[in-house]
Design a protein around this ligand. Sequence first.
Ligand code: SF4
Ligand code: SF4
Length: 331
Amino acid sequence: MRSSPGKATSSEMTAEGLILHLQRLSTEDGPGIRTTVFFKGCPLRCAWCHNPESLTRKPQLQWLERRCIDCRTCLEACPHHALAKDEDGSLHIDREGCDLCEVCAHECPANALEILGTYTTAHELLPELLKDLAFYHQSGGGGTLSGREPTMQVGFAEELLQGLQAAPVHAALDTCGLCSRATLERLYPLVDLFLYDLKFIDPARHRRHTGASNQAILDNLRWLSSRIGQEPAAKKLWIRTPLISGATLSEENISAIGSFMAGLDGCVERWELCAFNNLCRDKYRRLDMAWAYGNDPLLAQAELEQALEWACGSGVNPQIVSVTGKARSEL
Ligand code: SF4
Ligand code: SF4
């Protein structure tokens, strides 16, 4: 795996992909124990995003303040003079001047500088995914393509899914749904479970909070549910809705999503309401990114229960609805 693009190493698997990392023993990305591949690059800009490192589709340099011993080796090492220390000891990265040569990361004695994003191929990655076959078979798990957004790298995603199918290993695709129909049709035969994000029904709100139209997302979901409805024993569809104060968390929005889902011929197996998570604050700092939700607390237990009540009363089968994530402590 590489931090710069290169030539693929297999004549059969040629698509190169950019990933953040691979997470073993995951229990949150589909059924059973799974290995999740986190893709880098997303077409949305959700204001509450929990994975800011996955937004851009190019590698990024990050500084881990807690590891830094203030030796200033990196300032001398950078051939482009793209690093400077502020008076408070913070490292300033000139991201326009930095060409991601990695010299600073190699020279740093404290491993306080890292490049986020690795170029790889399915040929290189599949052996890693298949290492945990025993866990998958015992637990009903498998592999999940996530991040955001696997569909942005469709050739690479397709080759990974083909490898999982050949193994055979259960394959899940975690998607925001914003892709072309052609992409969805290309990946459809290779996916056992679709984890599909649905944030808003109202187009204006979707655009305001995510920066993009939800027209394709809704159209793709209608198409997907119709296809899955033709072979419900072979394919599954889970919907995931983040619960975000001042954005998705309202009776009007949760009810509208439920009504929309109720019209999808009952083929949604699970609707997960995912509680806001603020553990990603440090990630924003490391990438010099502002975060509008940086000071927001976790939701209260009462807010999660209210959302569950709205969802269960929205017209879907209440048995498919669940809440994931933590509430804040009220102590
Ligand atoms: S080389 Fe590493 S430890 Fe030294 S100042 Fe730079 S980031 Fe900090
Ligand atoms: S990656 Fe290279 S160009 Fe960028 S800051 Fe480090 S040494 Fe400088």
